[in-house]
Write a protein that binds this ligand. Structure first.
Ligand code: ADP
Ligand code: ASP
Ligand code: MG
Length: 815
């Protein structure tokens, strides 16, 4: 004999029930089968709703009842041909009439008792099992209906009755020992007390019914057929990457289900465990899939962590006070009080100083627990030896589970550091003495992020998902998106990084997709997006609360730079090509750096200097390895380099500037480049990154522009002033040419001082042959004292800038 249980979704409608029939027909060919069924999907909830409405004397319970009736009648009509329907329909209607009378009773009295509620909610299973059996018979299955109330005996704790195993086993043995039918369809969830009153086994209790029967008749396996392909490494509704665990031990399954893996009702394991009956969880909608096998011991070579589960709606209660130290029996009293109040404790920690006890309970029980404790410790509280009970709500528990966790060091370290990096605040921690479980209490809002973070850490073979929130889709932004799209597959395979762009914004619109935007048509998506705003964007990023979040700023906007602080504060990394923040007042720069450290969120701006060239990163490595920077000399402006490479005695200065602008090498306002501001910002950033406190006002700028040009207020006037001062520029060229030198706009930092300005560079100097828009940096350090460390290459352009941003993101991925 075998036992198969089908859950609510598996029997939610006629189409699904047909699938159930196929499985049962197949399964019962050579062996008798007990088929335990849940109520049709959603019906138990509807019954509870109807009872509560009736008890509050709200007539709309009748609408719910009607919905229940429609659901059942529709299913019958679809399953059973018209000639055979009438008997089934009239039987069901008769039962529904009784149900109606019970609800009417609740309505008239304005109350339901747990006893009445049990009688009412049991109708879901009674009706579903009756209808399914009738359908099986019509489909030529040798099937009979047996009401589990007559088999399963309990005490009278209505709502979650306790099994009387002796009586139950006897009844089951007698019945199943003599039954001649090949298939026996029985309702799950329902039972009866010694007096014959209806009881139920608790929400999700049909699994338990099946396990009790399997144990009573000693089957080899118990099959739990549900809507997922087994017990997953985490709730598949919240963690997309979760997968079914092929084989797991009773204890692990119990621990996971106790901590929220709803796929198995926790008490289910207990009756089969003592008999060594294995449980096989299978998917009604994909019967070919392997599912999960639960047996005494699982595969020894398996991962240390087998699953991650969570329980929502938890409250923490803490009892604290000097009067608790060293006094015997406090814990005993504490837990006795809770047990008398019928509060079940899901989580316990006690400070080793004995100064406090902290427990987690279901939020529904929190008030009850608080008042029971305050009553019990009233005396100590009036003497101020114990403080009033503190309650914290809106929490959740997440737990790592695995039999082999005890033989692996460092798991809790990995768990908490992964959570910490993602700004998941941990309120309390407990590790079971069996070391099969490490659990933590966190904010309810962080559950999804925490589960995904831990899943990635323990199950995804180190594939790390990076979630990007990108602001700015101009030249650089567009190239950046194209590069990501091109490299995604490679990065996933080679670097184990799964990069997703979750949000995009330009100055008008923004678009979000938690599952990653399709970068092939981001323009269209963004066009159809919603109105953007810096705060609206930030609020949405925060709300999504995704792990490994990175804010990417591809703008040159000051207001955007001001928002970095918010992101870093929430442990969201910031990558930017915008120089404004890193060159803002030193206090602000330092603050951002500190936030980054404090919240473990990298703040990277490699592209602020030399676009994609690895200048800042190299500097960081030099310093981290103990080297000291003595001098920096650099040509850092692609635009100025272009201008002075093309300016000679055959060209006009203003024409060369115009050409540079036309070819996209200058800022829209070329004065920003020619005045040296841009280079000042860059050397400032390099000086700061080498550990110096410096502000932009302290940088010496030997301007080569005449004052008149510097004073202009628009681009037109600026050009006019360049034309007017032709002689000034020609002289600058001649002075250099006479000495056989070339003109380079050089930035320098030495002895705590920075300066920028035009210099005569002689032949043989590393700057002399600098071409086009290239940049060059020389780092003179204690280790590179004779010959500087030299970095040279294209220092401007959208493509290289985009790749520099990309490189920063990969750095974070490997962080
Ligand atoms: P049934 O009605 O078949 O008894 P349940 O709804 O009680 O089904 O349980 C199956 C559901 O459990 C799944 O649809 C899934 O959402 C949820 N679930 C939560 N945690 C897990 C997990 N670790 N593995 C599988 N399912 C889980
Ligand atoms: N129908 C009951 C419930 O929804 C029992 C079960 O489905 O396991 O809780
Ligand atoms: Mg269930």
């Amino acid at each position: 004999m075998k036992v198969l249980k089908f859950g609510g979704t598996s029997v939610a409608n006629a189409q699904n029930i047909e699938k159930v029939k196929n499985i049962v027909a197949n399964s019962s060919k050579n062996e008798k089968a007990v088929v335990v069924v849940s109520a049709f999907g959603g019906v138990t909830d509807m019954l509870i709703k109807a009872s509560l409405l009736a008890a509050s004397q709200n007539e709309s319970y009748k609408n719910v009842l009607e919905e229940i009736e429609d659901k059942h009648l529709k299913t019958i009509q679809e399953l059973i041909d018209i000639n055979n329907q009438s008997k089934v329909i009239s039987n069901v209607k008769r039962e529904l009439n009784v149900l109606e009378t019970l609800l009417e009773g609740a309505f008239l009295i304005g109350e339901t008792t747990p006893k009445l509620l049990d009688k009412i909610v049991g109708y879901g299973e009674l009706l579903s099992s009756y209808i399914i059996n009738e359908y099986f018979i019509k489909e030529d299955i040798d099937s009979v209906h047996k009401n589990s109330k007559l088999l399963i005996k309990t005490d009278d704790s209505f709502g979650k009755a306790v099994i009387d195993f002796k009586a139950t086993n006897e009844l089951c043995e007698n019945y199943f020992g003599t039954v001649t039918y090949q298939v026996i369809v029985a309702p799950g969830f329902v039972a009866s007390s010694a007096k014959g009153e209806a009881t139920t086994l608790g929400r999700g209790g049909s699994d338990y019914t099946a396990a009790i029967i399997a144990a009573a008749v000693n089957t080899e396996t118990l099959e739990i057929w549900t809507d997922v392909s087994g017990m997953y490494t985490a709730n598949p509704k919240l963690v997309k990457q979760a997968f079914a665990i092929p084989h797991i031990s009773y204890e692990e399954a119990m621990e996971l289900s106790h901590f929220g893996a709803k796929v198995l009702y926790p008490p289910t394991i207990q009756p089969v465990l003592s008999k060594g009956i294995s449980i096989h969880i299978k998917n009604t909608f994909a019967p070919e899939e392997e599912g999960t096998l639960i047996t005494k011991s699982s595969n020894g070579k398996a991962r240390a962590v087998r699953g991650i589960s969570h329980v929502e709606n938890i409250s923490l209660l803490s009892l604290e006070g000097s009067g608790m130290v060293g006094i015997h029996g406090i814990s005993k009293r504490f837990f006795e009080v809770l047990s008398e109040a019928k509060v079940s404790v899901v989580f316990i920690t006690q400070a080793s100083s004995e100064h406090s006890i902290c427990i987690g309970v279901a939020s529904d029980d929190a008030e009850k627990a608080k008042s029971a404790l305050e009553k019990a410790f009233e005396y100590e509280m009036t003497l101020k030896k114990i403080n009033p009970v503190m309650v914290e709500n809106d929490l959740a528990i997440i737990a790592l589970v695995g039999d082999n966790m005890k033989s692996h060091q460092g798991l809790s370290g990995r768990m908490f550091s992964a959570l910490g990096k993602n700004n998941v605040n941990i309120r309390a921690i407990a590790q079971g003495a069996s070391e099969r479980n490490i659990s933590a209490v966190i904010n309810k809002n962080d559950v999804k992020k925490a589960l995904n973070t831990l899943h990635e850490q323990f199950f995804e073979d180190n594939v790390k998902q990076l979630n990007l929130f990108v602001m700015g889709v101009g030249n650089v932004g567009e190239k950046f998106l194209a590069q990501i799209e091109q490299q995604r597959k490679f990065l996933k395979k080679q670097l184990k990084l799964n990069i997703r762009v979750v949000a995009l914004s330009n100055s008008k619109k923004m678009v979000f997709d938690e599952n990653g935007l399709d970068l092939k048509n981001w323009k269209e998506l963004l066009n159809n997006g919603e109105k953007t705003g810096l705060d609206a964007f930030y609020q949405k990023v925060k709300e999504l609360n995704l792990r490994n979040s990175i804010f990417v700023d591809n703008t040159a906007n000051e207001a955007v730079a001001k928002t970095y602080e918010n992101y870093l504060n929430d442990s969201i990394s910031v990558v930017t090509c915008n120089k404004i923040a890193a060159s803002s007042p030193y206090k602000n720069y330092l603050k951002l750096k500190e936030l980054s450290r404090q919240y473990n969120a990298p703040f990277l701006f490699e592209t602020n200097v030399g676009a994609g060239l690895p200048i800042i990163d190299t500097l960081k490595h030099l310093i981290a390895s103990g080297d000291k920077i003595t001098k920096i000399q650099a040509v850092l402006s692609g635009s100025l380099n272009f201008v002075f490479n093309n300016f000679n005695d055959k060209t006009d200065f203003h024409e060369v500037v115009k050409q540079a602008q036309d070819e996209g090498y200058t800022e829209p306002d070329p004065k920003i480049d020619l005045s040296g501001i841009d280079v000042m910002r860059k050397i400032l950033i390099l000086a700061r990154e080498s550990g110096n406190e410096l502000d932009i006002e302290q940088i010496e700028n030997e301007a080569f522009l005449p004052q008149e040009s510097l004073d202009t207020s628009n681009v037109d006037d600026f050009y006019k002033s360049l034309v007017k001062n032709k002689a000034h520029f020609d002289t600058i060229y001649k002075e250099a040419a006479n000495k056989d030198c070339r003109l380079k706009y050089v930035a320098q930092f030495e002895n705590g001082k920075a300066k920028v300005g035009l210099q005569h560079v002689p032949q043989g100097h590393p700057f002399y042959n600098l071409e086009g828009k290239d940049n060059i940096v020389l780092f003179f350090t204690e280790r590179y004292s004779e010959q500087p460390l030299l970095i040279k290459g294209a220092g401007a352009g959208a493509d290289v800038t985009a790749s520099g941003i990309f490189a920063d993101i990969i750095r974070i991925g490997n962080f």
